[in-house]
Design a binder for this molecule. Structure first.
Ligand code: 8YV
Length: 324
């Protein structure tokens, strides 16, 4: 009997067609009604799921009778109840590595845009306000040779640090659960406790996974450690930062600016952030290039087919269960 796969988000057509050649495919569509109800109904006899950007937990997976794998098209997996999946012996796979450099590029795009006030000055120019030499009140911050503090030195954090060290001659500090000796030596990077990093950095980039330890890691107290000319960049998950505290710090010019790609609530359609000139807001586009999203989908397809063919997926998040 043909195995059934539930596609729970947009995926590249080429990958969708490959799935349809092998499996009975059900594509969910939020425009057709409550997506969680669609998930509950579709997973009853599903063997696998593939997609991203949805919360999957007992609330919408309890009806699954034979689900073997959820293949996430993402590196982060905080939107999945991994403990529940472990209990149900449902594999969760993800797509690390293929998006590392793209996401690090985006992080530096935000850093530079916030430092040199690109969106604000673009709007100023296009509004016809360039009638005389730029007033110093619109000047930005230097990046070259400054101090970069990276919070989380995983693959993406390391790629960001590499850009700062080699590309902008920056002095690199990092904070992580433990020292990363080899990386630190290669980038002449100094391990710091979080408070020191925040106090010493001209640019702070958050590149941690979201977990119980990192949730609201950056709150009012931590923001107060930062220098008035400092810039905060967040490309991890919105919940790592107390968004209300950040808004207050930006409104009171306690820091120079922020560059954000992630938010406590997503999609973000209204926020006090949108009224502030000293924050650059992007819509969770860290990995959003055609090439990279194709590579992610291809890797997720591979993880899925490996599992449905009885093999271990290449990038499992949870344990290598034996058969259920
Ligand atoms: C995903 C991301 O594309 O990979 C991740 O963890 O945050 C992005 O690259 C996004 O999660 C898709 O919703």
């Amino acid at each position: 009997m043909q195995q059934k796969v539930v596609v729970f988000s947009q995926i590249p057509n080429q990958i969708l067609e490959k799935l349809k050649q092998k499996y009975q495919v059900v594509c969910l569509n939020p425009k057709l009604g409550n997506i969680n109800q669609q998930i509950r109904e579709a997973v009853v006899d599903a063997d696998g799921m593939i997609g991203s950007g949805r919360v999957l937990n007992q609330d919408n997976l309890a009806s699954a009778q034979k689900l073997k794998i959820i293949s996430s098209i993402s590196v982060g997996y905080d939107n999945y109840d991994v403990a529940y999946l472990n209990q149900q012996k449902i594999w969760l796979s993800h797509t690390p590595h293929v998006l590392t450099e793209t996401t690090a590029d985006l992080a530096f795009s935000l850093l530079m845009s916030a430092a040199r006030r690109v969106p604000e000055l673009d709007a100023w120019t296009k509004a016809g306000q360039w009638t005389k030499t730029l007033p110093s009140t619109l000047f930005g911050q230097d990046v070259f040779g400054k101090t970069l503090g990276v919070i989380g030195l995983g693959h993406i954090g390391t790629a960001i640090a590499r850009r700062g060290f080699y590309g902008f001659n920056m002095n690199v500090l990092y904070h992580a659960r433990h020292e990363k000796i080899e990386i630190a030596q290669a980038l002449n990077a100094e391990y710091c406790d979080l408070e020191s990093l925040l106090k010493r950095s001209d640019f702070v980039v958050i590149a941690v996974n979201l977990n119980a330890e990192s949730r609201t890691l950056i709150g009012e107290k931590q923001l107060a450690f930062m220098q008035k000319h400092a810039v905060l960049v967040n490309i991890s998950r919105g919940a790592v930062v107390d968004e209300h505290a950040l808004i207050q710090a930006l409104k009171q010019n306690k820091i120079f600016a922020a560059g954000l790609d992630v938010y406590a609530t997503e999609p973000l359609q209204s926020s006090e952030l949108f009224s502030l000139n000293n924050v650059v807001t992007l819509p969770h586009v860290g990995s959003a290039t055609l090439e990279t999203r194709q590579k992610m989908a291809e890797l997720a397809y591979k993880n899925l087919t490996q599992a449905l063919e009885g093999a271990y997926p290449s990038y499992l998040v949870n344990p290598k269960f034996t058969e259920k």
